[in-house]
Design a protein around this ligand. Structure first.
Ligand code: ATP
Ligand code: ZN
Length: 210
């Protein structure tokens, strides 16, 4: 029997809940903080601890059979994977925000404006659907400081409470995408019996919760 591999986030917002759901499925493993791989002792499964950004590609390429990662990261990576199950945690919204003092009122007014983001793929898709042409400026983090520094007219980012926006003189302008953690699988493993067993256990953990 081939040992399956599941990739989860090594540390960050999804790590704890990812470990918890696997433990609640009755899987026994050491949650090593220093190691990148952990072997489940009572199921043919290995757990790979990775940066979340790498998970969609690892699953697409079959280095891992399964993965737990935010939908936003999967869409941004343009990964070709199977969505097996939404997991109900890591919920967030990706929004366009503008300066609190801005008089931009509708989406059309973003035409020709500069938008700073770490999610250019998702933003480009949204703007294209709306027929809007903005100048997308890709930066890897701290996009909120862009408008204040005159680097961009707007930003596109994950917004949870809105506190970070507010403290940078910004206000939410348009919701673009809702995201939560999902279980994904490599396109070729979906009829694997161990995957089916694991998926069934995950679903019963989820339904016991709700
Ligand atoms: P890594 O070191 O693995 O690259 P990261 O810093 O990119 O981690 P985290 O901040 O841990 O990522 O967020 C992981 C995921 O959690 C996000 O991609 C998103 O799907 C989800 N998430 C939920 N709420 C939030 C939030 N308030 N801010 C950022 N991400 C959130
Ligand atoms: Zn990341």
């Amino acid at each position: 029997m081939k040992t399956l591999k599941i990739a989860i986030q090594k540390s960050g917002r999804l790590n704890e809940k990812s470990v918890e759901i696997l433990k609640n499925c009755g899987l026994s493993f050491e949650n090593y903080k220093s190691s990148l791989i952990s072997t489940v002792t009572n199921f043919p499964l290995e757990i790979l601890f990775l940066r979340d950004d790498d998970i969609p590609e690892y699953v697409q390429d079959g280095i891992a059979d399964l993965g737990i990662v935010g939908e936003n990261v999967i869409v941004e990576a343009k990964a070709k994977v199977s969505y097996l199950q939404k997991l109900g945690f890591g919920k967030c919204t990706l929004k366009i925000a503008v300066q609190a003092t801005s008089n931009i009122k509708n989406l059309e007014e973003l035409n020709g404006k500069a938008i700073a983001t770490s999610y250019p793929v998702i933003l480009e898709k949204f703007l294209k659907e709306k027929g809007i042409k903005s100048d997308i400026r890709t930066i890897s983090g701290s996009v909120e400081i862009g408008p204040g520094l005159g680097l961009s007219d707007a930003i596109f980012d994950i917004v949870s409470t809105g506190g970070t926006l507010k403290s940078n003189g910004l206000k939410p302008f348009a919701d673009v995408m809702q995201s939560e953690a999902v279980l994904i699988g490599n396109k070729s493993i979906t009829d694997n019996p161990e995957v089916a067993e694991l998926l069934q256990r995950i679903r019963s953990v989820l339904s016991a919760k709700s």
